[in-house]
Write a protein that binds this ligand. Structure first.
Ligand SMILES: [Mg+2]
Length: 288
């Protein structure tokens, strides 16, 4: 399958093949790439950038809690940074010019390196500069993760293979499109994928909405994801949600293959099963 063909950032190029559509998130859902990025890149780069070595262990543990194991899982990196630095200044030490960064994150229309760079051009701020330097260091450090360590979770390929027989499969991710394509291709997942929509295609909610215009009924669309943002995207479109639970990913994909997929295709996903899956998902992220 040609990469260009699948790189459908224009929804017009998308062709409906089945009556059922399964949207699958990539990072932390199909690909086991989220823990490693937070463990090795995001948190440690913040410790280095702000010289927080003295409290390293506690700070990294809290970073992971906020970005992986609670309801803020999957939040934008700059939001995560402000949340963490905000706690650090209350608990450990002063963060110079913190309010300037907090203000930018609250007010900017775009949370990206480019937007941050433009802001630095307008305001001479230590904290904004540090945030950019941190974000670039994170990208470099993510780029150094060896290919062989970015793998799909156990059971993903089998599940997609099975699902692809009766449903269209679209990757719906907010990650970098090049990285998603490369990872999915390397592990043979593109074979069971009809299209890839990433960061440059719009929000997840928007992607699902656009795909539904191809003529899928809402009860024949399923969003499969690992973060509250995925659940939200499903809810906004009135479609079903299947959670890949953090720490229990293998088990989640096994259940998808054995139960979730079958129920979805047999129109018995709604009601009790969907409620139960959502409850499990929220509880797993510490929500009562
Ligand atoms: Mg994810």
């Amino acid at each position: 399958m040609q990469k260009e063909k699948i790189m459908a950032d224009k929804f017009a190029a998308y062709t409906k093949r089945n009556d059922f559509l399964i949207c699958v998130d990539s990072d932390g859902c199909a690909m086991d790439t989220m823990n490693i990025k937070h463990f090795r890149c995001f948190g440690p780069c913040m410790v280095t950038e702000w010289g927080l070595e003295k409290w390293k262990e506690e700070i990294l543990a809290r970073w992971n809690e906020l970005n992986l194991y609670t309801m803020t899982r999957g939040m934008n990196r700059f939001k995560g940074l402000v949340k963490s630095l905000g706690e650090i200044r209350e608990k450990y030490c002063e963060i110079e010019d913190f309010n300037r960064l907090e203000k930018w994150v609250e007010e900017t229309a775009e949370l990206s390196n480019d937007a941050l760079e433009r802001e630095i051009g307008k305001a001479d701020s230590v904290c904004l500069k540090k945030a950019l330097s941190w974000s670039l260091a994170v990208n470099q450090s993510v780029g150094r993760i060896p290919e062989e360590e970015k793998r799909p979770f156990e059971g993903v390929k089998e599940a997609l293979k099975k699902a692809w027989r009766d449903a269209d499969i679209a990757v719906v991710s907010s990650a970098n499109p090049g990285a998603v394509l490369e990872e999915w291709d390397l592990h043979g997942l593109l074979e069971y994928t009809d299209a890839v929509f990433a960061q440059n295609s719009g929000s997840k909610s928007y992607c699902i909405k656009e795909l539904m215009k191809r003529g899928y009924r809402p009860e024949h669309v399923l969003m499969c994801g690992d973060a509250p943002g995925d659940l939200e995207a499903a809810r906004q479109n009135g479609v079903y949600f299947y959670p890949v639970l953090v720490g229990r990913e293998e088990e989640s994909w096994k259940e998808f293959q054995e139960t979730g997929l079958k129920r979805f295709l047999e129109d018995s996903y709604g009601g009790q099963y969907q409620t139960e899956k959502e409850k499990q998902f929220l509880e797993n992220l510490g929500e009562k």
